[in-house]
Structure formats: structure tokens, C-alpha cells
Design a binder for this molecule. Structure first.
Ligand code: 3H9
Length: 699
């Protein structure tokens, strides 16, 4: 028998134990081992019931994703599950950790399920562009009801043990040792003479769903509205619908066909790539996994503005005590009030309990004056973007903070090395660049200065993980990775409207591609006044070079159209609404601007708009990779997916470049360079890959 799965008998129960670290993925060896162990258990005359349990940190966490895209190897999971379900002896699944995907499908093929309360039950295939492909779409609805199953399958989000017990997914929760508890449960089944319950035979929830004929179409409409072109949730609905319209075996066949269709889709390839890229981003080649980190028990945040408050909430959400520091008592008081209001709003939406809110508020202490940083292991500065001010603060932090504390700046534009040089411990200084709103956005760029040491870097990565963020290590440069690329994108968008497009056309192309909003709606949301101030400052300094991208934006700002906050920017906004409405006044202003600039407006195709917006970002990212500012192309993708809403089902900008073909991107960039000058100069890496027929992501 495979070493990954063992069979032994304990009294009258045959125990099948899988052990395939780290997450007991159901690779070929495990499937083979399971099939053999089931056969052995069924044949074992002394065994009256069988138990399936896993060693290590979790029950099977799903199919082995690394096998997808390779030739299938027998036995397939559906065959193994058939053997489980058709066993004449009751089979019990004993669940801990994450029974996900194919793992939950194993449990659903069993006749009974027990588990610990901390176990999580989920079908996350949709997040990989797939659908449950081993009976999950047919068995889960039959067991817990069609609507609750649709919710789990289309969201991919897991439920906990208590909820699983309440909705019938789990038959019993075990306290204490799982193996002992599960054995006792199995013995009881034998003693009570309970039969093997096959979920395929349950019909009550099918009848219930038949009484609601519009159920599936309603669900489709709801999902389509937020899918942004991602087809996987819709495929999931198609499969689940089979529960109501088809007999079990035909429903399974339909699920299988849809699964195969999804498996070979570009979207699933992209989402599976993103899954591994998200794990890769946590690995820093010269900072080994076992690098000692500081155990951060207390944080301090300097600056109680919107950003500082959001960062303090991140600490509290992670259960870490934090001092929110501001030298201005009024700002501090307001900052604390805003945090309280934010939490209260989450409570009122039912997404947080009052008790949890109280716990989190109790973790946040206001502190006046920099001295309040004294007890902190990690200090994050989030004050106004002014180098002189930041240097002054870091100079003081150097004397006030504990000698071993990590000192971070949340700057989005300033040189982290210069800030670090204001201290006597530049090795402990780094950037932690949160994205707004800081308590919501998952991305955290962790800026490694020239002298940042491995320990503080690993500490910042560990804190990011505790905060539920995706930490990506980046190097020091203007705008780091995300905003440096963003700048290219917004610049070209500005040129496009001078040359012939309108904001609504550009935005529609970008949202059609799958981003949540286009560059102009995004500008209105962020506020146009910020860029206006920066441009004025740069003009005064004489640091603006090349073709000027602020003609239209400046005029809007001169009219005090700063975006959503003034109900007018590139669009106008009805009172109380955030929906952008195209504005004829803006159109007239744009036409006038083109005329004044001597630009003959022309029809610009959607295709050109997409290329002009995405390719300069890809080209800039290639420069970023050339310079070693980002470690890997996949890190760039993770940054754009988590910080800017780049559609994950397109894999990120670099994966997208590979999908289009690096050579095609390069050729287009060269053409644009001829037309628009050296802002389009191709990066060395882009040129090299195009010439070699290579890819950014190693596909
Ligand atoms: C499926 O089941 C299809 C079926 O319906 C139909 C079949 C016919 N495969 O995340 P971590 C690796 S689709 C291969 O850092 P955590 C992961 O890459 C599948 N590898 O740990 C990492 O490797 P490395 C449905 C996997 O504790 C290591 O394990 N299931 C798989 O933060 C540790 O992972 C899912 O989608 C896998 N399935 O989180 C579940 N899973 O160390 C996907 C993990 O080299 N997995 N690895 O970087 C997860 O959600 C999380 O990994 C889990 C653990 C919650 C389990």
C-alpha cells in the first residue's frame, strides 16, 4: 500500500489514515492509497465501520493543484469517491483543519461526518477558476439545501464547525482528541445499527428548491453583476442547477463536463497561477524561512490621520496592542473617534460583534507625544509626506524607541534610505506602504532599504501576515512598484483624452477588461487636488519633464472640480451617489483643451485604449524587474491584483503580457515609441524576452 495512506483496525473500526504534508492534498499517491485502503477495509471481516482521518495540520485540503494541466493519473478522485459511497459498511470522515475542495468532497462521499469545532468546511474551487469536480455540486446541495450550497460554492468561502453542525454538513462535533472522539462516534453508529447514508439518495432539498423556480436565474443575475468577466461562479451555478433538473448520475456527468471545460480555460490557468504567486511572494531568497523575527506584542502608529487610524485598526484586528500617537490632541481625539465609528459601522452591518469591537477598541491606546512609542516593538510612521518632518521624527524615534524595535515609514513617495539615514540604526528601518483604506486593502508593500537587515524585514512580513495582508517586498525608488506603474497608466489615460477619447470611453474599456473602475473614475474617487498640488510643486521646482499630462486635470481643479468630494471632477455626481455621470461640460472642456494644444482629435479604438493603458505599465514593470526593485514578475502581479483591483482571472499585468505574447507587447511598445517618444522606450528585459521568445512568468 502507498506510504501516504495506512489501514489499521482498532477493535471493530477500520481506521484509514492519510499523511501527505503539508496539507494532505489528494495527489495520485493519496488517491491510490485511499482506494486500496477502502478495499482493504471493506474486505476486513472484523471491521464493522471505517474511519477516514488525516495526520498533520489538516484534513485533505483539496485536489493537488500542481497536477492540474498535466495528463490525468488513475485513479481519479470521482472513482475513489464512488468506492467510498458504495461501501456496504458505514464510513465516517473525521475532520480537522481545512476540509477544502476535493477534501470536502471526500467527506461528502462518506456516510457520516464528524469534526472539531475549529475545522473549516469549504469548496474554494471557484477561486481557482474551477468548480467542485468530484460530486461537490451534487452532494452538498442535497445535504444542506440548494441555497446554502450555492452560497458556499459560488463564494468559495468556508464555514466553521458550529455552522456545519447547524446546517447538517457535520453530524457531530468532537471535543478533545479527534481520533478518540471519532472512534467513539463510529462505534456508536455500529452499536445503533445505523446504515450507510448515501447523500445521492437524499431528496428533501431538491423538492424545496423546485418550489422556487427563479432561484437559479436570480442567483445568476446577482453573480454576473459582480463577476467582472470571471466566468467560474456562473459555471458553478450551471452545475448546481443539475441537482434540480437531472438525476444524480447525469448531474455528476454534467458537473464533470463543466469541470473539464473550466480546467482548460485561460481564467483557471490565471487563477491557479495567482494561488501559487501569492505563496511565492512571501519568500525572500536571501532571507531564509527560519530568520529570527521580533515577536511584535505592541505596535505604535505615528499620525492619527486617515492612514494612521487605518493602520492602528490593522494592529487591533490582528489582536496586537497599539498606541496611536499624535502631537496634536484634537487630531488624536478625532482619529480615535473615526476608528470607533468605522468599527460601529461594521457592527451595524452585522459583520462584527459588539464584543469583538470592544475588544479591538481596548487594544488601541491614544498617546500624545512621541514618547508614547517607548514600549513598542514596531513603530509605523504615517505623518504628512514631508522629508524634513520625517527625518526629524526618525531622529527622535532613534532615541525614544526600544533599541531592538523595528522602525517603519508608511511613505508612498519618499526615499526610505534617506529616512533611515536619520537614525543610528538604518538596519532596522524599512517602509511599510499601506494602501488606502488601510484597514481594508490587502496589499502591503514592504520597502527594503539599502541597509535593512533580514530580521526586521522578516518581522515586517510576519506582521503583514498576522494582519491578513499580502506583504510584497520591494526596493527603494520613486513610487515603489505599484504607484510607479500606476503613474504610467494614468499618464497615458490623460493623453488619450487629449487625443480623441472621452473619460467614459476609457473607463468603459478598463472596466470591461475587469478592473473595478477606470482611471478617471479612480481619479475622482482619490481626489484630483492631490495631483494638482504635486504638479504645481514640480513646476515650481522645474522637475517636470516630457509631454505634460495635466492639462485637463489642472483645468478641472481650477474650476474646483476635485472629484467625488466636490460632486464633480471628470464626471458629475448626484447628491449622495458615487455613480459617475458623464458631463457635457467636461466634454466641452476636453475638446477645447485639444484645440488649444493643437491636437486634431481622432477616433481612438478600444483596442488602442487598452494597449495604451496596460502596455506602459508592463514596460515599466520590466524596468522595475531589470533594476531588481521587484523580486519576481509574479510579485508585480500580486501587487496589482491586491492593491489596484487588477482582475485575478487575468493573472495580473505580467501574466497578461505573457498571454498576449511578450513579442506582441514589445512590438506595440516600439510602435508607440515612434509615435509618442521616449516615454515608451522599451525596457531591456521586455526587448530581451521578446527576442528570445521568453515569458515574464516562466510559463
Ligand atoms: C479541487 O479540490 C478540485 C476538486 O473539486 C475536483 C478534483 C477532481 N495542492 O497556503 P499555505 C501548498 S481544487 C497543492 O502556505 P496555509 C502551498 O502551495 C483544490 N499544493 O498554507 C504551499 O506550498 P509551499 C481546492 C497546495 O496554512 C503549502 O501547501 N482546494 C495545495 O496558509 C502550504 O500552503 C483549495 O483550493 C493544493 N490543494 O493554508 C485549497 N494547497 O510551502 C487551497 C496548499 O511550497 N489551499 N498547497 O509554498 C489553501 O487554501 C491553503 O493552502 C490552506 C492552508 C488553507 C489549505
Amino acid at each position: 500500500m502507498s506510504e501516504l495512506v495506512t489501514y489499521e483496525r482498532q477493535g471493530e473500526i477500520g481506521v484509514i489514515t492519510a499523511n501527505n504534508p503539508p496539507v494532505n492534498a489528494l495527489g495520485q499517491g493519496v488517491r491510490q492509497g485511499l482506494a486500496e485502503a477502502i478495499a482493504q477495509g471493506v474486505a476486513d471481516g472484523e471491521a464493522k465501520a471505517l474511519l477516514i482521518i488525516c495526520e498533520g495540520r489538516t484534513f485533505f485540503a483539496g485536489a493537488d493543484i500542481r497536477e492540474f494541466g498535466k495528463p490525468p493519473q488513475a485513479p481519479g478522485l470521482p472513482e475513489v469517491l464512488d468506492a467510498i459511497e458504495s461501501s456496504p459498511k458505514p464510513i465516517v470522515a473525521a475532520i480537522h483543519g481545512t476540509a477544502f475542495g476535493g477534501g470536502l468532497e471526500v467527506a461528502l462521499a462518506c456516510h457520516y461526518r464528524c469534526g472539531v469545532a475549529s475545522a473549516q468546511f469549504g469548496l474554494p474551487e471557484v477561486k481557482l477558476g474551477l468548480l467542485p469536480g468530484a460530486g461537490g455540486t451534487q452532494r452538498l446541495p442535497r445535504l444542506i439545501g440548494v441555497e446554502p450550497a450555492l452560497g458556499m460554492i459560488t463564494s468559495g468561502d468556508p464555514i466553521g464547525g458550529k455552522e456545519a453542525l447547524a446546517n447538517g454538513l457535520a453530524d457531530e462535533l468532537v471535543e478533545g482528541d479527534l481520533r478518540e472522539g471519532a472512534l467513539a462516534f463510529a462505534r456508536r453508529i455500529v452499536a445503533e445499527g445505523k446504515p450507510p447514508v448515501k447523500i445521492r439518495d437524499l431528496t428533501a432539498s431538491i423538492e424545496e428548491a423546485k418550489a422556487k423556480p427563479s432561484l437559479f436565474d436570480d442567483y445568476r443575475k446577482r453573480i454576473a453583476a459582480r463577476a467582472r468577466g470571471n466566468l467560474s461562479a456562473l459555471r458553478c451555478i450551471d452545475a448546481v442547477e443539475g441537482v434540480v433538473t437531472l438525476p444524480f448520475d447525469e448531474g455528476i456527468a454534467r458537473e464533470r463536463a463543466l469541470f473539464q471545460e473550466a480546467l482548460v480555460s485561460d481564467q483557471s490557468a490565471a487563477l491557479r497561477y495567482v494561488f501559487f504567486a501569492e505563496r511565492e511572494v512571501a519568500k525572500i531568497p536571501d532571507v531564509p524561512k527560519d530568520t529570527p523575527t521580533l515577536d511584535v506584542k505592541r505596535g505604535a502608529v505615528l499620525g492619527a490621520g486617515t492612514m494612521g487610524g487605518g493602520i492602528a485598526m490593522n494592529f487591533a484586528n490582528a489582536g496586537i496592542a497599539v498606541t496611536l500617537v499624535d502631537v496634536n490632541p484634537d487630531v488624536l481625539k478625532r482619529g480615535m473617534e473615526i476608528i470607533e465609528r468605522n468599527y460601529a459601522s461594521t457592527v451595524s452591518k452585522g459583520r462584527l460583534s459588539q464584543e469583538e469591537m470592544d475588544k479591538r477598541m481596548a487594544l488601541i491606546t491614544p498617546g500624545e507625544g512621541l514618547e508614547a512609542v517607548a514600549g513598542a516593538d514596531l513603530v509605523i510612521e504615517a505623518v504628512f509626506e514631508d522629508m524634513a518632518l520625517k527625518k526629524e521624527i526618525f531622529g527622535k524615534l532613534d532615541t525614544l524607541a526600544r533599541p531592538d524595535a523595528v522602525l517603519a515609514t508608511n511613505t508612498s513617495t519618499l526615499d526610505v534610505n534617506e529616512i533611515a539615514a536619520a537614525t543610528s540604526r538604518p538596519g532596522q528601518v524599512l517602509g511599510m506602504h499601506f494602501f488606502s483604506p488601510a484597514n481594508v486593502m490587502r496589499l502591503l508593500e514592504i520597502v527594503r532599504g539599502a541597509k535593512t537587515e533580514p530580521g526586521p524585514l522578516a518581522t515586517a512580513m510576519a506582521v503583514a501576515r498576522r494582519m491578513g495582508k499580502v506583504g510584497a517586498v520591494v526596493g527603494v525608488c520613486d513610487g515603489f512598484v505599484g504607484n510607479r506603474m500606476l503613474h504610467q497608466y494614468t499618464r497615458e489615460a490623460a493623453f488619450l483624452i487629449e487625443e480623441g477619447a472621452l473619460p467614459q470611453q476609457v473607463d468603459k474599456v478598463i472596466t470591461g477588461f475587469g478592473l473595478p473602475m477606470g482611471p478617471f473614475a479612480m481619479g475622482d474617487l482619490a481626489g484630483l487636488d492631490i495631483g494638482f498640488r504635486v504638479r504645481k510643486h514640480r513646476k515650481a521646482q522645474g522637475t517636470l519633464t516630457g509631454r505634460y499630462a495635466g492639462h485637463v486635470a489642472d483645468r478641472l481643479c481650477e474650476m474646483e472640480r476635485f472629484g467625488q468630494k466636490t460632486s464633480a471632477g471628470y464626471y458629475r455626481y448626484e447628491k449622495g451617489s458615487r455613480a459617475p455621470v458623464p458631463d457635457p461640460d467636461v466634454e466641452a472642456l476636453i475638446l477645447k483643451t485639444s484645440e488649444e494644444l493643437g491636437i486634431a482629435r481622432r477616433n481612438i479604438s478600444d483596442e488602442e485604449i487598452l494597449a495604451r493603458c496596460l502596455y506602459p505599465m508592463i514596460n515599466e514593470a520590466a524596468k522595475i524587474l531589470d533594476e531588481g526593485i521587484a523580486l519576481r514578475a509574479s510579485d508585480v502581479d500580486i501587487i496589482w491584483i491586491n492593491g489596484y483591483g487588477f482582475p485575478a482571472h487575468r493573472g495580473g499585468p505580467m501574466f497578461h503580457a505573457d498571454s498576449v505574447g511578450v513579442k506582441s507587447v514589445y512590438d506595440a511598445v516600439c510602435e508607440f515609441q515612434k509615435e509618442h517618444g521616449d516615454v515608451w522606450k522599451p525596457a531591456n528585459l521586455l526587448k530581451k524576452l521578446a527576442e528570445e521568445g521568453g515569458t515574464f512568468t516562466g510559463r
